[in-house]
Design a protein around this ligand. Structure first.
Ligand SMILES: [Zn+2]
Ligand SMILES: [Zn+2]
Length: 133
């Protein structure tokens, strides 16, 4: 079983491929994700970093220290500004689940950092809480 799916930024300059079976699919409510997304959470489609293949384009990137004290390197399209993925020190890539082709592949199974969700945000209590690691 080696199914792959593709994703891209809004302008298609950056295209990539990931396994159709992620490690986890989580909504991340951390402050960094909120600022970058302009939304209450980020749709994190988590795969081993070695399984993320860049097909087209040269995304820009920058490194930020997370509030957990780890360095996350965030990749984005230099042309349209879409977030593409982040590479975490733990060896996983947190891919933008809504950038996957078709827009319907991402289905959250977990919440992460939900204690940081804004108070106007409806939380799906049916999702498991992904612990901070
Ligand atoms: Zn783009
Ligand atoms: Zn986050």
């Amino acid at each position: 079983m080696n199914d792959r799916i593709q994703g891209s930024c809004l302008c298609q300059a950056v295209q990539f491929e990931v396994p159709a079976q992620p490690l986890v699919q989580t909504l991340c409510f951390c402050a960094d994700c909120q600022v970058i997304s302009g939304a209450n959470s980020y749709t994190a489609y988590v795969v081993p970093v070695t399984e993320l293949v860049r097909l087209r384009g040269e995304p820009g990137h920058y490194a930020v220290l997370s509030d957990q004290g780890r360095t996350n390197t965030r990749y984005f399209c230099r042309d349209c500004g879409s977030r593409c993925w982040a590479e975490l020190e733990s060896g996983v890539a947190s891919v933008n689940g809504m950038a996957l082709d078709g827009g319907s592949h991402f289905k959250p199974t977990h919440n992460h950092r939900r204690n940081n969700a804004p108070d106007w945000c409806a939380i799906d209590e049916g999702l498991e809480e992904l612990p901070v690691s």
